[in-house]
Write a protein that binds this ligand. Structure first.
Ligand SMILES: Nc1ncnc2c1ncn2[C@@H]1O[C@H](COP(=O)(O)OP(=O)(O)OP(=O)(O)O)[C@@H](O)[C@H]1O
Length: 262
């Protein structure tokens, strides 16, 4: 029997409009020079990925390859221009640092608000409240508006609420880069437990070592297309190789004009 599917991304394309001029003056100058005012840019180009229940998948690629855009589309916060996405079960997304937390509300209020957004009712949130606060380790700041929190505290609270919703599919974007090493360790242990319980996660991170620890499969994106979909080690090696290539490309001495075009 085929494994149950948690996420099915089928032929997803996403385009953005890049505006070259923001001010009226700038627009006028460009228009007089007959230069384009905007361009359409394809961030994802017919991407298809199927993720089975219980898989831990890393979305990997150099900067700008489309990882975050794909995660946002899977989470439903951004619609694709073409293609479809299906996700089974309760989804929790830590898509942007502090996403889902309201800056003017206190930590306590945010636990209830964000918990509700992520699908917990009041009774479930009440039951888990102490555990959420303890894991987040925000102590005496619990009744302060979260805009006064440090970025680490912000993240700890957002992560703690999300992980306590016991999602079937957990989508995580770069959040583990924020916060102190101790909390990072705690998050990694928690994600390992979460994985061991047979649930699904999709992670975007730049840290190849971390991705090797947490994931078994890597989907490598390049210019919005899937270049590799398979074991995590090959995907992580590919990332290191592409980064090196980029660096070399940036630092390579320019060829003298006479040689150009040969
Ligand atoms: N709202 C937007 N409007 C215009 N362009 C966008 C928008 N969001 C993303 N892009 C562009 O789409 C491309 C893919 O972006 P995305 O953030 O998905 O890449 P990424 O692989 O996550 O990059 P990074 O590793 O730097 O976070 C980039 O060139 C980015 O500039």
């Amino acid at each position: 029997m085929a494994a149950a599917r948690a996420v099915v991304v089928d032929g997803v394309t996403k385009r953005f409009t890049l505006r070259h001029a923001r001010s009226i003056k700038n627009m006028t100058v460009r228009a007089l020079r007959r230069e384009k005012l905007r361009d359409r840019f394809t961030a994802l180009d017919e991407v298809s990925v199927t993720i089975g229940v219980g898989e831990a998948v890393a979305l990997i690629g150099v900067n700008g390859s489309g990882k975050s855009t794909l995660l946002k589309i899977i989470s439903g916060v951004m619609p694709p221009d073409a293609g479809t996405v299906r996700v089974r079960g309760r989804v929790a997304g830590l898509i942007e640092v502090g996403a889902g937390l309201h800056p003017d509300l206190t930590g306590r209020e945010n636990v209830f608000l964000n918990g509700a957004i992520l699908g917990m009712d009041r009774a479930e949130t009440l039951r888990k409240f102490d555990s959420i606060v303890e894991f987040a380790d925000i102590g005496r700041f619990l009744d302060q508006p979260v805009r006064f929190y440090s970025s680490g505290m912000f993240m700890r609270l957002a992560f703690s609420i999300a992980v306590h919703t016991d999602p079937d599919v957990f989508l995580i974007d770069e959040v583990l880069a924020v916060g102190d090493p101790l909390f990072r360790r705690k998050c990694i242990d928690r994600l390992r437990e979460y994985r061991a319980s047979g649930r699904t996660m999709v992670i975007v991170a730049h840290d190849a070592k971390l991705l090797r620890q947490l994931c078994t499969r890597g989907v490598f994106l390049e210019d919005g297309r899937v270049l590799w979909d398979g074991d995590i080690d090959t995907a992580a090696d590919l990332l290191l190789k592409k980064r090196q290539e980029r660096r070399r490309g940036l630092t390579a001495p320019a060829r003298p004009p006479a040689e150009a075009g040969r």
